[in-house]
Design a protein around this ligand. Structure first.
Ligand SMILES: *Cc1c(COP(=O)(O)O)cnc(C)c1O
Length: 429
């Protein structure tokens, strides 16, 4: 391991909680010292000790074009030269809104915010404003940012640390949140009542590891919402422009009332968005009574990165290429796990995937939680030593980008094969 990352981490721990600005980066889920990243290019990360890694995190989703895409870098430079932020409207925001509306079937009007958390927080407020109801339903292991009322059985960092609820969140707030198992329509039907304003769901779960929706699950939620006067919020912060250009709603053919976006629509810069029908969005200030604002919302540099990213994704063969390469990776790694006798379930939707160290199937939080964390931790570190940067937690999704070439995929399979062989010796022999 590198000396620089070690010494930077010691310094970092003095001045920031756990040495990081977002918990999962601290490697608590796998042990060891986080790598301090110096720069990235294409599919590669370079750390402070100049060690090179094939990046399978992609900044947790945004970097679908890979790092340093020429077109995006140019757009950001150009925008930065003109000014960083004005606190006044710019035409770029209008153009990004138009691109989002053209791409995402259910969105007729959109509001840009600064993070995914802000998007989901605002979406809940909108659902409550529209219905006059208070309760929210979510799914066990579903993560929607660190919104107070959504830190109930949330996945992502919190789940791995076995802290389902955060300190500092009043019970009065979470009392209004109902959480039920993912992919379980009977549980939804049993728990819903006339006070539920909205069901919020990751249409492909990504924050308990990648868990695809069961056949008919999203359509079932649509119907239950309609039958009960609740709104359906698809949290597409991760899946938007990831599983298809129109997101999961285009892929699975389900029409939500409200959609939340983030990650890819900023191309790696801080952004978020929520949108829906014109009628719903007209409730948002200054048109309507629901207040929501942001000093840096629609930031011109972030918007430029987002526009450039969506511009490259649109009308390209990127999604098809991603599917082919990801499928090749899946087949190679599954064969290696089988060869070495490692019980492993690889869930994947397009370029979004997780290797769970369990027989599976993994369909919800409970089955994801069956994974052998020790085996994953060892695998993670074997892969890191091989020059592969995986999400440093079993219950997170990994991502490929357009910059992951065929040779990267072949290298990944080779390296995973060696790492799985060692995992087999330690855990399954
Ligand atoms: C990442 C994510 C969020 C939170 O976005 P931030 O920008 O980290 O606040 C919300 N929902 C989902 C599904 C996410 O993956």
């Amino acid at each position: 391991m590198g000396k620089q990352s070690e010494s930077f981490f010691e310094r970092a721990k003095e001045v920031m909680p756990g040495g990081v600005n977002s918990p999962v980066r601290a490697f608590r889920g796998v042990g060891g010292t986080p790598r301090f990243i110096e720069q990235a290019q294409g599919s590669r990360l370079f750390d402070a000790d100049n060690l090179q890694y094939i990046d399978c995190v992609g900044s947790w989703g945004p970097m679908i074009l890979g790092h340093g895409h020429r077109y995006v870098v140019e757009a950001v430079k150009k925008a930065a030269t003109k000014g960083f932020s004005f606190g006044a409207p710019t035409i770029g925001e209008v153009e990004l809104a138009e691109m989002i509306i053209a791409a995402v079937p259910s969105i007729e009007m959109v509001r840009l915010v600064t993070s995914g958390t802000e998007a989901t927080m605002s979406a809940l407020r909108l659902a409550r404003a529209a219905t006059g109801r208070k309760k929210i339903m979510k799914f066990d292991g579903g993560y929607h940012g660190h919104v107070d009322s959504l830190l109930v059985k949330a996945g992502s960092g919190g789940a791995t640390f076995n802290v389902p609820d955060s300190a500092g969140v009043p019970e009065e707030v979470t009392k209004l949140t109902i959480s039920v198992p993912y992919n379980d329509l009977d549980a939804v039907r049993a728990a819903i009542d006339g006070e539920v304003a909205a069901i919020i769901v990751e249409p492909v779960a990504g924050n308990m590891g990648c868990v695809p929706p069961a056949e008919g699950f999203l359509q079932g939620l649509r119907k239950i919402c309609d039958d009960n006067g609740a709104l359906l919020i698809l949290d597409e912060v991760m899946t938007g422009f990831r599983v298809s250009y129109g997101g999961a709603q285009a892929l699975y053919g389900v029409r939500p009332d409200i959609t939340t976006l983030g990650k890819i629509i900023g191309g790696g810069m801080p952004i978020g968005a929520y949108g829906g029908s014109r009628k719903l969005m007209e409730l948002v200030s200054p048109l309507g009574p629901m207040y929501q604002a942001g000093t840096l919302a629609g930031n011109p540099v972030a918007v430029a990165a987002g526009k450039a990213t969506l511009g490259v994704l649109k009308n390209s063969s990127i999604y098809q290429d991603l599917e082919e390469r990801s499928a090749e990776f899946e087949a190679g790694v599954k064969a290696a796990a089988e060869k070495h006798g490692v019980p492993m379930t690889l869930n994947r939707v397009g370029s979004m995937w997780t290797m769970f160290f369990t027989e599976g199937p993994v369909t919800d939080w409970l089955s994801a939680d069956q994974s052998n964390r020790q085996a994953f931790g060892k695998f993670f570190h074997f892969m890191l030593a091989e020059g592969v940067y995986l999400p440093p937690s079993q219950l997170e999704a990994a991502f490929f980008s357009a910059a992951h070439a065929k040779k990267d995929i072949l290298q990944l399979i080779e390296r995973a094969d060696r790492a799985l062989k060692k995992v087999a010796w330690e855990f399954y022999s």
